[in-house]
Design a protein around this ligand. Structure first.
Ligand code: HH2
Length: 300
């Protein structure tokens, strides 16, 4: 049985009984140990995502790709039916449900790892949970009280991400006095709201929202000072994969060609307190993290 990087043996059947706060993230029927680096594989079932839009719009292709992400070592597969790239206008929740639900249901039947739903809409989150998802990944940080209610009514894990404004306008000259302090305080406030609504601390993860209302300098600062976000005590998710700041550093304009830069960011994030990295290139990232882990020993 593989010891790493699979999350497959770590559901309820593994008998993990931790109630949070000590390196375990509780997500529905799964308890994900975070003493090992975890990779969340991106499955965008959208026509317009910034790097892989249109590749997995048919259910069959999406399911096949989800299975491939898991066999490449993803501990979580993140299914998204709405692109939130800068300037995007959003989709109707009914359309988003029709993209996400069949793929989530099929993968939940076939995979023994948690699935997350990447959505800002309560109706989509609740349909995805019904279809078998175990995590709600909300890039708007559970701004909508209905979204908090959906999470509170479930036992799902939650990812609270920081975004300044809305995708349609978030890259129009974002300004912070201290980006890290503001993102950290915002995440702490949102986590307190979720805890007050009855969502146990052990179910909550936070994400600084790389690229969501941030310049390249902001993104680099957030990664440089990631330990300040990790000091909040929640598992930290980082999604830097193929994003524009990587292209700006390397000079690579095509998102799909930014794998090497993305891996550097993923390894840096793990070294500086992330527990989960959200990536497109799962196989390469898993291999890089294996080498990192072999040099470093267990994270603990
Ligand atoms: N980034 C994107 C989408 N969802 N979720 C979390 N938690 N963190 C992130 O950084 C994050 C996210 C944007 O990337 P992608 O899904 O590849 O693109 P698009 O929004 O165009 O579908």
């Amino acid at each position: 049985m593989p010891v790493w990087p699979s999350g497959i043996t770590e559901g309820e059947e593994a008998g993990v009984s931790d109630s949070g706060g000590s390196g375990v993230w509780r997500c529905g029927r799964y308890a994900l140990r975070l003493d090992l680096p975890r990779v969340m594989g991106i499955l965008n079932v959208t026509p317009d995502s910034f790097s892989d839009g249109g590749l997995y719009v048919s259910d069959d292709r999406a399911i096949e790709h989800g299975l491939a992400l898991a066999s490449a070592g993803a501990a979580i597969v993140d299914v998204g039916g709405e692109s939130t790239r800068p300037g995007s206008a959003g989709v109707e929740p009914a359309e988003e449900v029709s993209r996400v639900r069949p793929v989530t249901a099929a993968l939940a039947r076939r995979l023994g790892i948690p699935l997350s739903v990447d959505t800002r809409h309560p109706a989509v989150a609740s349909e995805a949970l019904r279809a078998g998802a175990s995590i709600i990944n909300d890039v708007s940080g559970f701004r909508d009280p209905e979204m908090v209610a959906v999470a509170a009514d479930s036992d799902a894990g939650v990812v609270i991400m920081h975004m300044l404004g809305e995708p349609s306008t978030m890259q129009e000259d974002p300004v912070y006095a201290d980006v890290v302090a503001e993102v950290r305080d915002h995440l702490a406030d949102r986590a307190a709201v979720l805890e007050a609504a009855g969502i146990a601390r052990g179910r909550i993860a936070v994400d600084p929202g790389i690229g969501f209302g941030k310049t390249s300098a902001h993104n680099l600062e957030l990664l440089r000072r990631l330990p300040e976000i990790a000091a909040l005590g929640y598992p930290v998710v980082v999604g830097a994969s193929r994003k524009r700041f990587i292209g700006e550093v390397t000079g690579e304009p095509v998102p799909a060609n930014r794998t090497a830069g993305s891996i550097a960011a993923a390894v840096w994030a793990m070294e500086h307190g992330a527990g989960i990295v959200r990536v497109h290139d799962v196989k390469q990232t898993v291999e890089a993290l294996r080498v990192w882990q072999a040099m470093r020993g267990r994270k603990a």
